[in-house]
Each structure stands twice: as C-alpha cells, then as structure tokens.
Design a protein around this ligand. Sequence first.
Ligand code: NI
Length: 286
Amino acid sequence: MEHTRPIIALLYDYDKTLCTQDMQNYGFIPSLGMAPEDFWRLANAFGWHEKMDGILAYMYIMLREAERRDRPFTREDLVEAPKYAALTFDDGPRADTTGRLLDGLLERGAAATFFVIGEQVPCNKELLQRMKAEGHQIGNHTYSHVRLLKADKDAVVEEIHKTEVLLTEAVGEGSFWLRPPYGLIGSERSELIRTPMIYWSVDPQDWKLLNKDKVVAAVLEAVQPGDVILLHDFYSTSVDAALEIVDRLQKEGYDFVTVEELFRIQGVEPQQGTLYARPDRVRTLS
Ligand code: NI
C-alpha cells in the first residue's frame, strides 16, 4: 500500500478544504479496497458528509491500520464500531526499557504517546527519532520533572521551553503537548502553557505496584473506549504490562492510537492551557 503514504502525510496536516472529489483523485477511497459508490453510500448512511473532520480523521486511522496489516478494509470493518484507547508513557526515554517497548508496539501495530523528560532527551535521540518514525506522539514532561504547582513562573516557562528546544533538535519541529509531572498545575500557571495539557483517565499506579499482572488487571478492570491510560516506560514491569494490555484489548476490538489521534477521532479540538483527562473530559485546575 505504498501509494497511501503521501496521503497519510497529507491527512496528518490535513486541509479542511479537501473535497470529496480530491479524496477520490488522491486514491484513498480505492486504497480502502472498496468501490467508491459503496464508500459514499456508507458515508451518507453515517451522516459523515456533514462532518468532514471526522471522516478525514477516521480515514487517516483506517489507512494507517491498513498499511500495518497489509490487507484492504471490508465493509464489515467499516460498519463495526471501533474502540480506541491511548497508551501514554511518562518519565522516559530510558535506553533499556523504552527500546523494548517500541519493538513490542511495532510488532502489534499499536501507537502510543511518550511524555519525555528533557534531561533525558540528548542521550536518547535515536529512540526519539524512532518514536516519531514509527507513528508515536512525543510530548513534554518538563526538563527536570518539577512540580509546576509550586514552581515560580520563570521556572515553569524555562522547564517547558528547554525541553521543546531539545525535542526540536532531536526530532524536528512539532507541537509537544504537556503532561505536567504528577498531573499537577494550577490555573495561573496554566496560562503560560501554549499547548494542550494531558492528564489521564486510567491510572493503574504501575510505579507503585511494580508487578506486571497487577498492572494488567488494574487497567483491564477500568478501561473504557476513549480512555487515556497512564504508564511509565521507565519500569520493565510496566513495559511487560503494556504489551500484555495491548494483546488483551486488541482481542476485544480495541485499536491503540496516539492522544492526538484520539482527539481527532472524537472530533474535539484541543485548546492550549486546558488539562484533559480524555478528549471528552476536562480536568478542573486548582
Ligand atoms: Ni512523571
């Protein structure tokens, strides 16, 4: 499915003026393995023509998925409501554990989001480049894992900016969304933040449990479609748990996407300085 690559790139920063004729001309309806008439009949049945953003986001995900499994989509794939969740990993990258996690995610066709510590960027450039190349999202977890609730304003700006500069050096320009360490930031400090901020909706406390089976059980018990799951690629037990979570939930029909993709799928435009537990749930700041 080589020909879908430029389309994926196009969709990634998609242009809202893209019209249905373009969609056909660019070849991405044919690449789904369906006749265009069938596709549009389905699209109309779902009312998709009224929400182009949703269609584009959905197609982007489908194309990515089709590339991964290397088979065209069937009508059933489109009709069955997909379930999405986002795995997020804090406090990395760490050479021995993050590399193994990336291998496992690649094998399973799962995407994730990594909120990295700035200090650890220079010595892990290759891992970060690999994350980007393999379709993961990279976010900012401050330079030295500070408590943004109590830090003074200059320090907040500095901690975030320094990490952005290092990330740009490592992987190029991008919008590096923030996960405040410990999920803590006040409303006054949040006004300094120029990106969306991501909290979580499922927290198995992997750093405390340090036990694969317990972490897997805690996530499986709590998870719902649309959730943002908090884990730490810093711990070997968490890497093992994450891969088992992917295996178990993929069997239940879940697809693992980045946080940014989850917003697109749900048609939510994330706002800068807002802390989200998941795209449809904003967390109140203190
Ligand atoms: Ni952290």
